[in-house]
Design a protein around this ligand. Structure first.
Ligand code: NDP
Ligand code: 8X3
Length: 253
């Protein structure tokens, strides 16, 4: 059965890989992100390659009113959403808390926590017509274990962990499945963003071992969302084989 999938942050990394994986299964997509050029480019490729319908919504999840207006702009024929993938997020900086950049803190809290909340609250009514509504939140190993200099990023992902559990309880009577997917180190644009375009620092993160790829996470999301209606995966931690914990990586350099 064809489903309608709403993915935040589909212009790169996990969100983009999820879009392609759902497209391969012929679902129709609402993809979002701030970089309009990328959003339209990916939408064009997805429509062409998989002959599916793709709607693009260009907004910043931190913009409370912008999220509301974007969701209100979804045309009538698209207002029955089956799966929400709350993926948009970032780490900004990697410093001891006492040296942290307050703008970075605000960006992470506003995106990873408040943005996820704004999107979820606005999309919730659109999930209620679905036969098998499902919310998948992108958490992280950083939401399970704190590591040096992870401070605020870890706090935002611990919040995603808590919100995932809270949503599952609060939405129980609505029959909404709620899942957290919590990956370890994955090679996307994540570290380029974290290190603010310092490509050497970003590349160093993934040297000496095989990190996860975005497609690994997308494959898990496809499996999780394809299970029978009576089965839910509450939480899935996915790590590279070479990584035992955030800072315990077997590197061969
Ligand atoms: P990428 O940087 O490759 O992708 C992040 C996506 O989020 C982009 O599409 C970006 O789109 C979007 N995004 C970021 N900020 C905003 C915003 N304010 N409003 C709207 N969209 C936004 O990183 P990943 O794919 O790796 O990250 C995806 C999620 O996975 C994040 O929540 C991250 O914390 C989490 N994660 C990542 C891990 C990793 O090692 N890579 C491991 C565990 C979790 P645009 O810039 O166009 O807005
Ligand atoms: C991203 C993984 O370990 O860099 O969430 O925090 S980590």
């Amino acid at each position: 059965m064809q489903k309608t999938i709403f993915i935040t942050g589909a212009t790169s990394g996990f969100g983009k890989a999820c879009a392609y994986a759902f497209a391969m299964d012929h679902h129709r997509l609402i993809i979002t992100g701030r970089r309009l050029d990328r959003l339209e480019k990916e939408a064009g490729i997805l429509r062409e390659k998989y002959s599916i319908e793709v709607l693009t919504l260009n907004f910043d999840v931190r913009d409370r009113k912008g999220v509301q207006l974007a969701v209100e702009s979804i045309p009538a024929g698209w207002r029955n959403i089956d799966i929400l993938v709350n993926n948009a997020g970032l780490a900004a900086g990697s410093d001891p808390l006492q040296d942290g950049n307050i703008d970075d803190w605000e960006a992470m809290i506003d995106t990873n926590v408040k943005g996820l909340l704004y999107v979820t609250k606005n999309i919730f009514p659109l999930l209620l017509q679905s036969e098998c509504p499902h919310i998948v939140n992108l958490g992280s190993i950083a939401g399970k274990e704190v590591y040096p200099n992870g401070n605020v990023y870890c706090a935002t992902k611990f919040a995603v962990d808590a919100l995932t559990r809270g949503m599952r309880i609060d939405m129980l009577s609505h029959g909404i499945k709620v899942t957290q997917v919590a990956p370890g180190a994955a090679e996307t644009e994540f570290s380029q963003v974290r290190f603010k375009g310092d490509m050497n620092a970003a590349a160093d993160v993934y040297k000496g071992f095989t990190p996860l790829q975005a497609e690994d996470i997308a494959a898990a999301v496809i499996w999780i969302t394809g299970l029978p209606a009576h089965v839910n995966i509450n939480d899935m931690v996915i790590m590279p084989t070479a990584q035992a914990s955030p800072r315990n990586i077997h590197k061969i350099l």
